[in-house]
Design a protein around this ligand. Structure first.
Ligand SMILES: Cc1ncc(C[n+]2csc(CCOP(=O)(O)OP(=O)(O)O)c2C)c(N)n1
Ligand SMILES: [Mg+2]
Length: 497
């Protein structure tokens, strides 16, 4: 039937090719065992990624005697052979010896290669500060004193300074460099994404860059580097640590660590109730007379972090709530924060939380979501109810597509392009009414509007042994800071109001 345009025919093979690691179309039933085995091998080895196996209906309905191979070979596919040579690694050790201000920039590759422990050992052996991408959250413990937390557009000011230098504006508004950034950037399992680098040629402009990655197509893709090393990152980090243990470094980077500590002291993530919040429509509509009870979105995450003592798995939608979730909840372990990061798929949060809770029923799993994002997969509440999956969700309900509002405010004179999600005919009403909606799914839900109610409501949510949703109503006026506008540099970073 393929190619006849029959009922519901869709070219899944062709359609998915650009977004998956590999696709298979099964045309002969006897291929299925081999194809499935190959699919899992491709999906899980080297740089992991999704693989599609399209099994047409007629193949599904055929009967056959099939042979199950123990091993499968895939021509030209041999990720295990990618190991850095000692020569390359020695060169890295030499660069570390020569440097004064090294930084490790690590990403999701560390997590998929299961290399966190190797990274930890290497940091202990070298004393080099670490910053991660959002995909790399938890690859290195964020509470460690050498952690610079995450970098990029909404990352910590100090990680961006450590990589590219600290700048201040002079009286005319021109940026002046006041401290140097890294002279050596050790990039591991990262891809120099634009949300990390901003204007890519200015990213760590004066540093030597080493890039270790298992995927050769990532090397020199966005940024030309001085020393590319194609390798399984776990092997490379382990071997580097061995080499450094055998022949300890002469350099302990004490002055650089002091600078990093001073930066962390100077610019921690922070927020306050601004005049803008006080004058917002939110205050007029919902908090008139109780202004001091306003809940800022950042407070919710901060309180959650305290109550869980950081022991929870977070998932997120896409938007401001996602950035605040990652800023105010510190992850010390890999796979603690599940977020769609560079893909930016609104609706990711709750389904991801369901998956995480099924995989780790022993852990508290909480989706930090936006009112816009949550709505995109709201039907998954039925899955939670019917399958009895106790994944929790906190909706930071600002009645807006907040992240888009932030860009409208900064770059488009606050012109609103359908970014208000409430009902313009009745702005005092919270719309849509998540409380009623979630009740309709047969699940417990609470709305929180006042600060005095927040902690107890979070506690009730955490104590629940079934799925539970907290609808926390917050102002839409907050902007995520720090902020390096797209395509700009650290010199343009807005980090305080
Ligand atoms: C499916 C999808 N549609 C549109 C966007 C563009 N987008 C990015 S953030 C955002 C707003 C998200 O709003 P909300 O979930 O309420 O989060 P908030 O920023 O308000 O915290 C939009 C529309 C996207 N990333 N994904
Ligand atoms: Mg929102």
């Amino acid at each position: 039937m393929i190619g006849k345009g029959g009922f519901q025919e869709t070219d899944f093979y062709g359609m998915t090719l650009p977004v998956v690691k590999h696709s298979f179309l099964v045309t002969d039933i006897s291929e299925i065992p081999t194809v499935v085995k190959q699919a899992f091998k491709i999906a899980t080895s080297g740089r992991p990624g999704p693989v599609v196996v399209d099994v047409p209906k007629n193949i599904q309905q055929t009967r056959a005697q099939v042979f199950f191979p123990d091993e499968v070979d895939i021509e030209g596919f041999d990720p295990e052979s990618k190991k850095a040579s000692d020569l390359e690694l020695n060169e890295i050790v030499g660069l570390i010896e020569k440097s004064e201000r090294p930084v490790r920039y690590v990403g999701g590759g560390i997590i998929s290669a299961d290399a966190s422990e190797a990274l930890r050992k290497l940091v202990d052996a070298t004393g080099i500060p670490v910053t991660s991408t959002v995909m790399g959250l938890g690859a290195f413990p964020e509470t460690h004193e050498l952690s610079l937390r995450w970098l990029g557009m909404h990352g910590s000011a100090y990680s961006n300074w450590a990589v590219s230098g600290e700048f201040e504006k002079d009286a005319e508004g021109n940026p002046v460099k006041i401290a140097d950034g890294a002279d050596l950037l050790l990039a591991c399992g990262v891809r120099f994404d634009d949300r990390v680098t901003g204007k890519v040629e200015k990213f760590c402009e004066h540093g030597t860059i080493v890039h270790i990655d298992i995927d050769p197509s990532e090397i020199n893709k966005n940024r030309k580097v001085a020393l590319p090393v194609v390798s399984d990152v776990k092997y490379a980090l382990k071997r580097l640590a061995e080499m450094i243990t055998e022949r300890p470094l002469q350099n302990n980077f004490a002055a650089w660590q002091k600078q990093v500590a001073a930066w962390k002291e100077k610019a921690p993530f922070g927020y306050r109730v601004t005049d803008e919040v006080m004058q917002s429509q939110h205050m007029k509509d919902h908090l008139a007379g109780s202004e001091s009870e306003v809940i800022l979105p950042q407070m919710v995450i901060e309180e959650l972090y305290k109550l869980t003592e950081g022991d929870a798995i977070l998932t997120t939608g896409v938007g401001q709530h996602q950035m605040w979730g990652c800023q105010y909840f510190l992850s010390d372990n890999p796979r603690q924060v599940l977020t769609s990061a560079g893909l930016g798929a609104m609706g990711f949060g709750y389904p991801a939380a369901l998956g995480a809770k099924v995989a780790r029923p022993d852990k508290e799993v909480i989706d930090i979501d936006g009112d816009g994002s949550f709505l995109m997969n709201v039907q998954e509440l039925a899955t939670a109810k019917i399958e009895k999956i106790a994944a929790k969700a906190i909706i930071l309900n600002n009645q807006h597509l907040g992240m888009v509002v932030q860009w409208e405010d900064r770059f488009y004179d606050s012109n609103r392009g359908h970014t208000y999600l409430g009902n313009p005919d009745d702005m005092k009403q919270i719309y849509p009414d998540y409380v009623e909606m979630i009740k309709g799914f047969g699940l417990p839900v609470e709305r929180v509007m006042y600060k005095r109610d927040l902690k107890a409501a979070l506690q009730r949510m955490l104590e629940s042994d079934e799925a539970y949703v907290l609808d926390v109503v917050v102002p839409y006026t907050e902007h995520v800071l720090p902020f390096i506008p797209a395509g700009h540099t650290v010199a343009d970073m807005i980090w305080k109001e």
